[in-house]
Design a protein around this ligand. Structure first.
Ligand SMILES: Cc1cc2nc3c(=O)[nH]c(=O)nc-3n(C[C@H](O)[C@H](O)[C@H](O)COP(=O)(O)OP(=O)(O)OC[C@H]3O[C@@H](n4cnc5c(N)ncnc54)[C@H](O)[C@@H]3O)c2cc1C
Length: 435
């Protein structure tokens, strides 16, 4: 099997690379470990895409996804933001887009072998069979029989690690940036349905009338909204008394009120997406023990938050939990050491580069587990250079998405979806030029 580009991880950024390269005629394969594309958007239920300003570049994939989703009834423009997506329909939209771009996709892919020649990845192999029938795969003397379970070697000119956690680069023993004990808490997002959104919207607009945490707008005849509360004292949050009352009565734990943000969803007229709970314990996003704990804690918190909403928020009386993300929301983890390490100084000074892959003004958004310690700092427009997507270890290995070569604070601004889309498109354009 020979490809121009193999993308490992069909999530936010990986899909942008694959679609852009595929539609331009390159032969592209996505290897995705899940059973659908979209990564954080679909399995993490992360909607909507944040606004990144009016001067974005490499927006081709974002635009393609918007029109595909609009045709499916899964996109609206809310408060000038076109990235108001439906996470379930995004799975279908991405299948459609990859089909249009002739991109091959292998789901449940597991890379088990690779061949390296000096600074070049020559080929990789994936497990070609499910390992649920041990007799298929194990010799009589209990030795794993690789020849029986591996695919044909998959060769490519370019390999892209779009796994979020640099999973592929880790297998290849690449160098990574030091994490300097800095972290952002993980979240486990969920959706409640059966919400009377009109009743809730009318109530919250009145309840939050002097503050700026709430927005609402009627789009295509339906009311949409967003509102928020955190335990930080940076704002006079309208919902604060309700959360405090629920904590005093044992309906919520104090930690449940560390961050609460909700959005209506395109094409789901009785559903609300929750950008919480945020799991504030200091847990390692790369440890299975820690992430398992985070999942368990997250689901317990979801039950409490759902009960809180039903009891305290008009319009939620008959609501129920309809979806819990099937992957943890990880804001930051392992990042590649690239040919260029992008810094917060580059970002804040708006440094210009010869080969920018994105332009954005999304703030430096670094969540903290501690009260009054999160950062949401407005910045002027900034650019990210292509070299931050290039591995320092292998000539034909590239990284896109939240695991790029950027320092901790800069990554806090770059990690949002429109920027992941742009970097994916920018990288694909480099492949198209250098085919
Ligand atoms: C809680 C939370 C809230 C957020 N809120 C917003 C928001 O409101 N708006 C916004 O714009 N951004 C938001 N973000 C940021 C943004 O959603 C993510 O940073 C971005 O989507 C990450 O994109 P990615 O391509 O790097 O990773 P992902 O989209 O996670 O894609 C990685 C893909 O790789 C696959 N994969 C992983 N390992 C392997 C492997 N070994 N082999 C094959 N496939 C593999 C995964 O299954 C997945 O499909 C939020 C992030 C979090 C965590």
């Amino acid at each position: 099997m020979k490809y121009d580009v193999v993308v490992i991880g069909g999530g936010t950024a990986g899909c942008a690379v694959a679609y852009t390269a595929g539609i331009a005629g390159l032969k592209v394969l996505i290897l995705e470990k899940n059973i659908h594309l979209g990564g954080a958007i679909t399995s993490g239920l992360v909607v909507p895409a944040m606004n990144c300003g009016n001067h974005q570049i490499n927006t081709d994939f974002f635009e393609a996804l918007i029109s595909e989703l609009r045709a499916l009834g899964g996109q609206i423009t809310y408060q000038d933001n076109k990235g108001w997506f439906n996470p379930e329909l995004t799975k279908i939209a991405l299948d459609n887009l990859m089909q249009k771009a002739n991109v091959d996709v292998i789901y449940q892919a597991n890379i088990s072998n690779f061949i390296i020649d000096n600074k070049n990845i020559k080929s990789i192999e994936i497990l070609d069979k499910m390992l649920s029938i041990p007799n298929d795969t194990i010799h009589k003397d209990n030795v794993l029989d690789n020849s029986n379970i591996l695919s044909e070697p998959i060769e490519a000119l370019y390999y892209v690690d779009a796994t979020g956690n640099c999973d592929f680069s880790k297998k290849l023993n690449c160098k990574f940036l030091e994490n300097e004990n800095k972290n952002q808490p993980m979240s486990l997002r969920f959706v409640m349905s059966g919400v009377d959104i009109k009743t809730f919207a009318e109530w919250i607009v009145d309840y939050d009338k002097d503050r700026d945490a709430t927005t609402t707008e009627v789009v295509n005849g339906e009311i949409h909204l967003s509102t928020a509360y955190t335990w930080d004292s940076t704002k006079e949050w309208a919902l604060k008394p309700l959360f405090e009352d629920a904590v005093s009565k044992g309906i919520l734990k104090d930690s449940d009120r560390n961050y609460f943000q909700i959005f209506s969803i395109a094409g789901m007229p009785t559903s609300i997406a929750f950008n919480c709970p945020r799991i504030i314990e200091n847990l390692d996003a790369l440890s299975l023990v820690d992430t398992s704990k985070a999942l368990q804690e997250g689901r317990q918190s979801i039950i409490r938050l759902a009960n809180f909403c039903k009891k305290y928020l008009p319009g939620f009386e008959n609501a129920y939990i309809s979806n819990i993300a099937d992957s943890l929301g990880i804001r930051v983890s392992r990042r590649i050491k690239g040919k260029y390490i992008y810094t917060i100084d580059d970002l804040k000074s708006g440094k210009k580069f010869k080969n920018p892959v994105l332009i954005s003004n999304y703030p430096v958004d670094v969540h903290s587990s501690d009260k009054d310690s999160s950062t949401l700092e407005k910045v002027q427009e900034y650019q990210l250079p292509l070299e931050s997507l290039m591995s320092d270890d292998y000539d034909n290995l590239f990284v896109v998405g939240r695991c790029i070569s950027a320092d901790f604070m800069a990554q806090g601004a770059l990690r949002v979806q429109p920027s992941c889309f742009s970097m994916g498109v920018g990288l694909a354009k480099y492949f198209i030029k250098n085919r």
